[in-house]
Design a protein around this ligand. Structure first.
Ligand SMILES: Cc1cc2nc3c(=O)[nH]c(=O)nc-3n(C[C@H](O)[C@H](O)[C@H](O)COP(=O)(O)OP(=O)(O)OC[C@H]3O[C@@H](n4cnc5c(N)ncnc54)[C@H](O)[C@@H]3O)c2cc1C
Length: 456
């Protein structure tokens, strides 16, 4: 056993939660980085030296104190479903695996869930629904992903068409973090101060407690539609997504041949047709079917939603699951993350299709932004040939006014969610002046002497 593992075992007083077996180190040092053909070769061989599984905040503080003193890097891990190598340790050291801190402490009367970071989002959603609440938004990896990992690396998902992304409308009410200092502190961030920590990839504190705003539960229905053309599918989806008359949780549009890749639900597709998947209020299911048929759709599924156990579960094919199904069918596919403007989207789709054809497949996820504007976000599935071509596609998108959050870079700044007011970086200088937390992932961080850093 290495000195590091022995030292950490002593601190925890339980060596069984300090893991060093090579296969375990490999498994718990990885996430879904391999979605990116650019990141895959860069990150394939990155490993932690030790994985530690704390069961309390007290233990997390002890590990941070020890690692600070020894100069050992610490990379926090939730469930490892992140896409950009967010949870991959670039410089070895400790992976701090928080899956055992998974308690829902309470769901308050005002609908705020108080949770430990390792709680699975699916467990939180199911528990909340039993008490008359539900998550405002969650990623399509809801079954596996942790709440701490969602805050650390995610952005939004199912529910975002109604409630915006994770950063909007005080969905994250407060966060407690443990700092990487000689004497680690537990610091509570409330209201706007949560933005110092959100989507910082665990570079500036270990999130140990979360106050997460829920919303009253709604009886939903799942609906699948097909349309003869993508344009007709997009027009209909826009009408549903943007009109406040429709109560919806998910509005997704797929260009053909994407529906062909969803093998378990291929009965919901029609050869050559675009597809729309929706979660709509059950009380509006019939009205929606009528409206869809009037707009030229074929309804291939319309049934009540019974929580995450519903089969088939349409959300399993949406958000970044779409890319997964496409990659299963053809390993040359990868993806981009784009934002369109409603007024120019149709023209931009036309430009992209005429330039790239089948190499750029449109997958739209309607969402609301922090200013309550509902817009077509997109996770297009694109064919990869070379890095130059992929970068050329990104450059072209930007040239025609399509926003791109590049999923093929391995640092917070490159991924499109770095805040221009630098609050994430400033928090890193406050809480991790030595730069030991997930090193390399906040590219603008420059190590400074501790005293100087503290005066910022
Ligand atoms: C098929 C697929 C579909 C996806 N769909 C979506 C989607 O719809 N929406 C979306 O937003 N994302 C999506 N993702 C990305 C990812 O699943 C989510 O962001 C998820 O919430 C991450 O949770 P996790 O527990 O797996 O985090 P991890 O991958 O373990 O961690 C993510 C980042 O957060 C940091 N972190 C983890 N826990 C903590 C903590 N307690 N304190 C501080 N930092 C921490 C890690 O260091 C890492 O940098 C998808 C990924 C895949 C593979």
């Amino acid at each position: 056993m290495s000195d590091l593992a022995a030292g950490l075992g002593q601190i925890l007083g339980d060596a069984s939660r300090v893991l060093t077996q090579p296969q375990v180190l490999e498994r718990l040092s990885r996430d879904f980085y391999w979605y990116s053909p650019i990141l895959k070769p860069l990150l394939d061989d990155k490993r932690a030296d030790v994985v530690v599984q704390p069961v309390s905040v007290h233990e997390i503080c002890a590990v941070m104190r020890y690692c600070y003193a020894q100069g050992v890097p610490v990379t926090v891990r939730g469930a490892g479903t992140g896409n950009y190598g967010q949870a991959i340790p670039l410089n070895g050291g400790v992976v701090l695996d928080l899956q055992r801190l998974d308690r829902i402490e309470s769901i308050e009367e005002d609908g705020v869930a108080v949770c430990e970071p390792g709680v699975k989002l699916g467990v939180l959603e199911t528990t909340a629904r039993e008490q008359g609440w539900e998550l405002r938004c969650y990623p399509s990896t809801v079954a596996k992903a942790s709440l701490g990992g969602f805050l650390g690396g995610g952005s939004g998902g199912v529910g975002s068409v109604k409630h915006g992304g994770l950063r909007d409308f005080e969905t994250v009410r407060a966060i407690e973090v443990v700092t990487m200092e000689a004497e680690p502190r537990v610091v509570k961030h409330e209201s706007k101060a949560v933005h110092e920590i959100l989507h910082s990839w665990g570079t500036n504190g270990v999130i140990t407690k979360i106050w997460f705003t829920l919303t009253p539960a709604i009886a939903w229905a799942q609906v699948a539609l097909t349309f003869k053309s993508f344009d007709a599918a997009f027009d209909f989806s826009e009408q549903i997504a943007k009109s406040s008359e429709w109560d919806k949780r998910l509005v997704t549009v797929f260009e053909w041949p994407l529906p062909k890749f969803f093998a378990p639900v291929k009965q919901l597709a029609r050869e050559g047709e675009a597809q729309v998947f929706l979660l709509i209020a059950e009380v509006q299911r019939e009205a929606l079917q009528k409206a869809a048929v009037k707009a030229g759709a074929t309804v291939t599924l319309a049934e009540p939603y019974e929580g995450l156990k519903t089969q088939p579960l349409l959300s399993d094919y949406t958000w970044n699951h779409t890319t997964l199904w496409a990659m299963k069918a053809d390993a040359e596919y990868t993806y981009l993350q784009c934002g369109f403007h409603t007024n120019t989207a149709r023209e931009q789709f036309g430009l992209l299709k005429s330039k790239y054809g089948e190499d750029f497949l449109l997958h739209i996820e309607w969402m609301k932004n922090g200013e309550s504007v509902v817009f077509p976000a997109a996770i297009p599935v694109v064919r990869f040939s070379t890095e130059e071509r992929l970068n050329e596609m990104i450059a072209y998108c930007r040239e025609i006014g399509v926003g791109v959050a590049n999923p093929h870079v391995n640092h917070v700044e490159g991924g499109g969610r770095y805040r221009e007011d630098n609050v994430q970086l400033m928090a890193k200088y406050k809480y991790d002046a030595k730069g030991l937390m997930n090193p390399g992932k906040m590219a603008s961080f420059v190590k400074r002497e501790t005293q100087e850093a503290q005066s910022i």
